[in-house]
Write a protein that binds this ligand. Sequence first.
Ligand code: U2F
Length: 573
Amino acid sequence: RQAAFRTDLSVLLDQVGTGKESLSFMKRRIRRLAQQWATAANRLDAKLEQQWRDQKKVLVHVGFLTEESGDVFSPKVLKGGPLGEMVQWADILTALHVLGHNLKISMSVKELQGFLGVPPGRGSCPLTGPLPFDLIYTDYHGLQQMKQHMGLSLKKHKCHIRVIDTFGTEPAYNHEEYATLHGYRTNWGYWNLNARQYMTMFPHTPDNSFMGFVSEELNETEKRSIQQNKVNNMAVVYGKEASMWKLQGKESFLQILHRYMEVHGTVYYETQRPPEVPAFVKNHGLLPQHELQQLLRKAKLFIGFGFPYEGPAPLEAIANGCIFLQPKFNPPHSSLNHEFFRGKPTSREVFSQHPYAEQYIGRPHVMTVDYNNSVEFDSAIKEIMRTKVEPYLPYEYTCEGMLERVHAYIQHQDFCAPEPPFIPANLSRKGSAGGSRMMGPLFVPLPNTTALGWASNVTAPPAWPPLSSLRLLVSQEGQSCVEACQSAGFICEPAHFRFINNKEALRGLDVQCEVVDSEINHILPAFSVVRQECGLQREPLLFSCAGHSPKYRRLCPCRDFRHGQVALCRDCL
Ligand code: U2F
């Protein structure tokens, strides 16, 4: 069946249910953004020009909101607890509904069992028949619950699952045996999924798929009126929970800030002003989302103290015409050195409070400075007060951008189809930069699929992203493919690893190999220049953009991307 865009959200609102603050928060958000979603649906509908879209049977099981997982989030919704996850789930549900899919929503294990058709009770018979859904969106808690209640059949059906995973999961942590043997231990990993089945809040590592969320969009009239009404000396502090104001050294830069600006906060409090918040701060208490937006429309500066990491609020501030000022982290924070990230299935290094804002948006909207350097901090404040900025929202965080991306994933990502054996023909060396194998990065433009040639007895599923987007590149020693592709203006594309994991690619790059081994290691394919050793990857689940090793140069499958929509290549739609 063909999916048809929906602009009426009333059925969705009924499906979300009632009785918890988290659900009320999500419903308020869905209602508030309804008009914006409708406009986006109409625009994308026109853009896709009648392209066929399969209507999918989709189950959304929100594990972290189930009573069975303890639901620690709901009671904190009105008390300064994390809201980023609720923002994202509300937007995912809306996107799936608006795209016209057949949606079921479950927020308890009982509902999950009902939808899957498994008999209630722990350790019960696994699901024997076919899975009644094409796609299941859940999170790590939900995955655990599905394992308990589906038994062995989970393995059979896991290619249909998508895991919403805020901070991301790198391949080395996801592969059970490899993670266990090589010390990639976490509370979460070990599911042996294709890493692209994990969907993140920001485009952290391209090993995962970027799901995202949306932010409020402004029309031209609103933009103009915001710019006219900006209060140049008004700052809002990022941090709705008192503990976020407690971190060391805050007092001194808050004092500097206060020298120039009126400081506002939206810190939750019960009866008394939280002692962590200095007396000169005008605290509004935790605000409903739409009131926070109004405050941000007036403010010139939105300032982060280093926590929370990678939340939605800075994007909302920038979309409302604020400049976001945030601390640089030196050394970077990661699961190896910071409590918050410890146990998370990634070793990604976080160089500032909001790396997306720093890397993808940057100046003049975002300034990242060393807060320990009061001179640098002082001059940043002065610069912000005299800089004029327009409200800005990257396309990928608009409703249309999110619909476009989710549409593309649903229609093209298929982790159930067997990957056919791939027999590459000779790869052309034409155009390799510099010609010397020691010079990097090297590019080898690859011929199209038919020229490469599939084994004649298999029907090749069309590659997605299409092969036309592939650019083969060699990293420096110690460099990951994330960095290597980025430094050349591309993005690493894990789906393309299978096309470059072969001797022909090495030969095409003129790499001298005394031996070519095939091993299980997440930095492969790669080669050592000194030892003239080359290694190919034997375990497709370990293809990793994130991997790096000081002695190895990696073969990196990069691809182009659309401006403002990094998840999609030029020919991806
Ligand atoms: C992030 O979670 P947070 O909820 O702490 O992220 P924020 O960026 O603070 O904001 C989330 C939403 O809270 C809203 C605001 C944002 O959409 O509009 N809000 C509000 O309604 N009223 C207010 O007074 C202030 C903010 C991240 F999303 C999580 O995944 C992480 O677990 C967490 C910790 O790093 O950070």
